[in-house]
Design a protein around this ligand. Structure first.
Ligand SMILES: Cc1ncc(COP(=O)(O)O)c(C=O)c1O
Length: 279
């Protein structure tokens, strides 16, 4: 019986559906930038076919020639519904979201909203290396708060970094990676509430990169940063990119907490857009 079941599972295992020759026909970074004997596992692309409903929506949009500028709120509405079902969070208000070209450009815009040129952005190293380049590109400077030996956020180290970042009373931001890349650590509700309280106490604005949230196993209990008490003036970035293997289509969402409304009108809506978000 168990061998029949495992046979059936193997037949539908998406990781077995594409051959190496089929994967090598892909034109993406993972398959074109490196020699044939190198498998760049750091590139977050899935070696599986697209989920059927996703493939159908994209195919239909292309068949209609429906590839113009995105309009409407289908993307944030879908994310809001997903957040309710998956994380039990009903605070993702569509009117406090904005489409951004992708998560890292959304991070850049968010940092520009809450800090000025030359201000500090705190990161928990080791962290997704492009954080450094994008912070520099935004004209801000990095202040490091290394993770603890247990690879979790060390609150004392973070507080010290917040003090250094706010020296002279300048605005400062904290670029939180939730869940953390590269460790895969999923921050707990208590950790995030402590982070929010520390940020409030030191007047640091939190920008949470939550791009990997949809791939976190339900049992590991991902907690959206904006759902914790004290995080109301935070900003979050989410995307369908990682969960549904869509980085080539671009498209992220910037989400503001309820107390970030004062920041919100400054958002340069004309500079942001994302393709096929209504498909
Ligand atoms: C933590 C993190 N943020 C952002 C990105 C890039 O996202 P995007 O392509 O939407 O800018 C990645 C890609 O791997 C990532 O790991």
């Amino acid at each position: 019986m168990s061998s029949v079941l495992s046979g059936a599972r193997a037949a539908t295992n998406p990781l077995r559906q594409l051959t190496i020759d089929q994967l090598r026909q892909r034109t993406s970074l993972k398959w074109r930038e490196y020699p044939d004997d190198v498998l760049p596992l750091w590139v977050a692309e899935m070696d599986v076919p697209l989920a059927e409903p996703v493939a159908r929506a994209i195919t239909n949009a292309v068949a209609r020639g429906d590839t113009g500028y995105p309009a409407g709120t289908a993307y944030p509405e879908a994310l809001s519904e997903f957040a309710r079902r998956r994380w039990g969070w009903d605070g993702l208000a569509v009117e406090r979201t904005a489409l951004v070209p992708d998560v890292m450009h959304g991070v850049t815009e968010a940092l520009r909203l809450v800090t000025e040129a030359g201000d500090a952005v705190v990161v928990n190293c080791p962290v997704y290396p492009p954080f450094y380049a994008f912070v520099a590109h935004a004209g801000r400077r990095i202040v490091e708060a290394p993770l603890g030996d247990d690879l979790r956020i060390d609150l004392d180290t973070l507080e010290d970094a917040f003090r250094r970042a706010r020296a002279g009373g300048r605005p400062a931001a904290y670029l939180l990676c939730n869940p953390h890349n590269p460790t895969g650590v999923v921050h707990t509700v208590d950790e995030l509430a402590a982070v929010a309280s520390l940020a409030q106490r030191h007047g640091v604005r939190v920008v949470a990169d939550e791009i990997h949230a949809p791939v976190v196993d339900a049992e590991a209990r991902f907690v959206p940063y904006l759902s914790v008490p004290g995080a109301e003036n935070g900003l979050s970035l989410m995307s369908a990119s990682k969960g549904w293997n869509l980085p080539g289509l671009r498209g992220g969402l910037l989400i503001a907490g309820p107390a970030a409304a004062a920041t919100w009108p400054a958002f340069p809506t004309t500079s942001v857009s994302a393709p096929a978000t209504s498909a």
